[in-house]
Design a protein around this ligand. Structure first.
Ligand code: A3P
Length: 320
């Protein structure tokens, strides 16, 4: 695995050389590990997390596939958990982008040599990951771990269109039609998407106290209701007084796409500056709409993806 300078060890290079590989949307090779596709720098982090990460009983772990509402969920959970220290005029969310407020397990916490040392001792017990349920570090899933998992998913056509723009706006990449083919095959960063969603869905049915399963579209429909549900689930319920004082609505407003996307930090700042995967913050805030796929996919493409989704989710009780 990689050293402090991000150089992969020969053992890691040898290990990934044996894995199935496909060219991904970024035109770089994706490697298939435990059934899911990764770029090496993140796979390195996934393996480190699996080996070293020790969940704490108070941890809240936000899980998602890429482009399904991670940034929004991070901001909401962070605002909920820090509301006794900050309000909507002092929150760190106003000067730091949500990804810089909530560490990312397979990068921020495991890229340095021993991941747990990267946790801020005075920090809030909140972290996020894109790791699929089956590959999560054992300490997170353990029956006695105490930590909570919150999963967010999104309608696949919108998730695809969002991911396509996330990459195509920044670098040379496949054309939309080619990217679509790969997505349908499941060859996508942390894909196949349906497997990612289904694993958390099934786990949430088996362990409802441990895993809260959320949908981006439902949260858009009634954000206040979902923020209350989220706060209750992670052990930070709103008091009657807080509800009467409009604290929930203030959090919803502060974390809204309209508000976050206009902040200077999210328009001009950069995430992971100084690393090979630096990204402008504004790329994380594109439109924040439900149904934007209609502007990019032909009716044939949409019907094909809908059919795959129907087939893949069949019998699960889940609809997307
Ligand atoms: P679009 O590309 O469809 O606009 P992720 O955070 O998992 O990377 O997902 C990114 C998607 O969430 C993008 O969707 C982005 O615009 C949207 N998003 C970002 N912040 C949001 C917010 N506060 N509320 C709702 N959607 C948000």
């Amino acid at each position: 695995q990689s050293d402090e300078n991000g150089e992969f060890s020969s053992a890691f290079k040898e290990m990934i050389s044996d894995l199935p590989r496909r060219k991904g949307l970024h035109l770089n090779d994706l490697f298939q590990y435990q059934g899911f596709w990764y770029y090496p720098i993140f796979l390195d982090g996934v393996m480190r997390a699996q080996q070293h990460f020790q969940a704490q009983p108070s941890d809240v772990i936000l899980c998602s596939a890429p482009k399904t509402g991670t940034t929004w969920l991070k901001s909401l959970a962070f605002a909920i958990m820090t509301r006794t220290s900050f309000d909507d005029s002092t929150s760190p969310l106003l000067s730091k982008m949500p990804h810089d407020c909530v560490p990312f397990l397979e990068f921020d916490l495991s890229h340095a040599s021993i991941n747990n040392q990267n946790r801020d001792p005075g920090g809030i017990p909140l972290l996020a990951t894109h790791i699929p349920y089956s590959s999560l570090p054992q300490s997170i899933k353990a029956e006695d771990s105490g930590s909570k998992i919150v999963y967010i998913c999104r309608e696949p056509k919108d998730a695809f269109v969002s991911y396509y723009h996330f990459v195509a706006r920044r670098m040379e990449s496949l054309r939309l039609e080619e990217a679509f083919e790969l997505y349908c095959e499941g060859v996508q960063f942390y894909g196949p998407y349906w497997d990612h969603v289904l694993e958390f869905w099934r786990a949430s049915l088996e362990r409802p106290q441990k895993i809260l399963f959320l949908k981006y579209e439902k949260m858009m429909e009634d954000t206040v209701l979902h923020v209350k549900k989220l706060a209750e689930f992670i052990g930070y319920p709103f008091s009657l007084e807080e509800e009467e004082n409009g604290v929930v609505e203030k959090i919803v407003k502060m974390c809204s796409f309209e508000n976050l996307s206009k902040l200077k930090v999210n328009q001009e700042g950069k995430h992971r500056e100084g690393t090979p995967v630096v990204i402008q913050n504004k790329v994380y805030f594109r439109k924040g709409k439900v149904g934007d796929w209609e502007n990019y996919l032909t009716p044939e493409m949409a019907a094909r993806l809908d059919l795959i989704t129907l087939q893949r989710l069949s019998g699960s009780g889940l609809t997307l």
